[in-house]
Every structure is written in C-alpha cells, then in structure tokens.
Write a protein that binds this ligand. Structure first.
Ligand SMILES: Nc1ncnc2c1ncn2[C@@H]1O[C@H](COP(=O)(O)OP(=O)(O)OP(=O)(O)O)[C@@H](O)[C@H]1O
Ligand SMILES: [Mg+2]
Length: 277
C-alpha cells in the first residue's frame, strides 16, 4: 500500500481549503518510492488546523536583494504570506528560487531589504540582532536537511542543549527531554550519539531538539531530503503529531510531491515570487 494513500486519507477528513493566500496544495498522485515497509507508518490523523486559527506570522511585501559583483541580485521580489496556528505549510520551488532565503527571514536570521515580518504581533524586521536571537531561542525551532546535531553529544544531551539555550529552568529538563524524545519515537535511543543512529533517527532527534523549548513556530529546510521515503514518512507523521499535541505551526520546504500532499497549504515560489498568490 502506498504511503500516499495513508496521507491522502488523513487529508480527506479536513477542510479542502484554508483561508490563506497562495496556491492550494495540488492533488498530486505521485506514488511513494521504495518498498512496502509502510506498516510502520501510521495513518496520519487530520490536522486540527482551521481557517479560523490565529495568524502567528505575517510576511508583507518582503523583498531581499544581495550585492553581487557590484550589482544587486533581487532574490525575493514581493512576498506575502501568512502562517496560522497549528498549520503545516510548505514552500516548494526550484533550486535557487529563494525558499531558504525566505525561511531565514521568517526565522529572524536575516533582514529583508524591504517589507515587514510580523511574528505574533511584533515587527521583528525592525529588531536588533540580539533581540531577534532572543526570540529565536525561545519561540522558534529550526530543523535542517543535514540534522545539525552536536556529534559528540547523545540524543538526550542534544535536546537538553536547546533547553539550556532557551533559559528553561534546569529542574524542568529531565521531564521535557524524555517527553520530546518519546514523542518522536526515540524512547529506546535516548543515549545514543548521532553516529550510532540512522538518518531518520537523527532527524527525529533534531525535531525533538527543535521543539523542546516549546516554540510556537518550527522552520524546517528540506527536512526529508536526505532520507529515504519510509524515513521521510516517519518524519512527516512526527510533524503531524507535534502540530496536534504541542500546538505548534510548521513551515517547511520540500521538493517531494508526495510530501506536499499532507500540507494544509502550499506556497509555490517561482523566481522570488509566489505564483497564484
Ligand atoms: N548571501 C547571499 N549572497 C548572494 N546571493 C545569495 C545569498 N543567499 C542566497 N543567494 C542567492 O539567492 C538565490 C536563492 O537562494 P536560496 O538558497 O534561497 O534558494 P532555494 O530556493 O533555497 O534553493 P535550493 O532548493 O537549492 O535550496 C540563489 O540564486 C542564491 O545564489
Ligand atoms: Mg534552500
């Protein structure tokens, strides 16, 4: 049975359209590659998002240019987008279209050349580096394609690190680390180091690390690109669990048409703009 079937089943129970701008998720029918090991992949529950959930992030007329060889390279050319509570939003687009550049702006890692980024009613594009770093550590979680774990630390210690960085009191660490690692299905791998785990397990540690400090927004740049289809499906199931149980919003980039099917909303970037936006 193809993974796409499980995911579509989850999608079928939710509203077909969300009231946000951009292009609705296309009903691609690409079949999952790989074997039929999906028995370990549970059917995704319908996300709890509704069009009435509160917006947590607004991107208004954002442009980003970079000086290259004495000229300005216009990478983002007027982006408008909205992320709402408990949504799974995906950005798709060709290599070089500007997806990572946009995620960096949303996460306060970079500043727009023009336009506004409003995170939970606060204009973070006007804030200093220090102030943006603070909000990032406390309210945003990042997940990268290549996992970005500390190689010498165990899964447990990697997750603990983000609690330390966020200033969470030490007395809360043990319970929260255990909860997050169990949530991502790694209750039996808590003391393994990254090199003692599979790619999918490492990415799930990275997810536990990203959610540990209870951010409201998770940003994930190609989180399944280095995983095979079964491990990618596990990661997507974990994302859906997180949205439900931790009440978080996830914005991710992907090239994978099968994965796009589980999005509440898909924005398609073409040459620095959203099409049908
Ligand atoms: N700091 C920078 N200086 C100059 N150009 C940059 C900089 N960052 C990104 N760019 C350019 O902006 C464009 C968009 O890059 P970006 O990394 O956002 O693309 P992407 O959509 O994430 O691509 P991929 O799918 O390959 O990850 C590219 O042409 C890139 O060379
Ligand atoms: Mg990128």
């Amino acid at each position: 049975m193809a993974m796409a079937w499980f995911w579509k089943k989850g999608k079928a129970a939710q509203p077909a359209e969300q009231a946000v701008g951009g292009q609705a998720a296309a009903g691609e029918t690409a079949e999952a590659e790989g074997d039929s090991a999906e028995s370990s992949v549970k059917a995704a529950a319908a996300p709890a998002t509704t069009a009435s959930s509160e917006p947590i992030l607004l991107v208004k007329g954002v442009e980003r240019s970079f000086p290259v060889g004495g000229q300005q390279l216009h990478v983002l050319k007027g982006i408008h987008m909205e992320l709402r509570e408990r949504q799974l939003v995906m950005l798709k687009g060709r290599s070089g279209s500007g997806k990572t550049t946009l995620l960096n702006l949303i996460g306060g890692l970079d500043l727009p050349t023009k336009g506004e980024i409003i995170f939970r009613d606060r204009p973070i594009h006007t804030w200093s580096d220090d102030r943006r770093t603070q909000i990032r550590r406390k309210e945003i979680g990042f997940i990268f394609q290549s996992f970005a774990l500390m190689p010498l630390l165990s899964a447990w210690e990697n997750v603990e690190l983000s609690l330390r960085m966020a200033g969470v009191p030490r007395s809360q660490w043990k319970e929260r680390v255990k909860h997050c690692l169990e949530l991502v299905g790694l209750g039996k791998r808590m003391h393994h180091r990254p090199y003692e785990m599979s790619g999918g397990e490492q990415q799930r540690v990275a997810i536990a690390k990203a959610i540990a400090h209870r951010p409201s927004l998770i940003l994930a740049d190609e989180p399944t690109a280095e995983l095979d289809s079964q491990m990618g499906a596990q990661v997507m199931n974990v994302f859906q669990d997180i949205i439900q149980t931790e009440q978080m919003t996830i914005c991710m980039t992907t090239h994978d048409p099968t994965i796009l099917e589980v999005a509440d909303h898909v924005y398609e970037m073409v040459d620095g703009k959203f099409i049908s936006g």
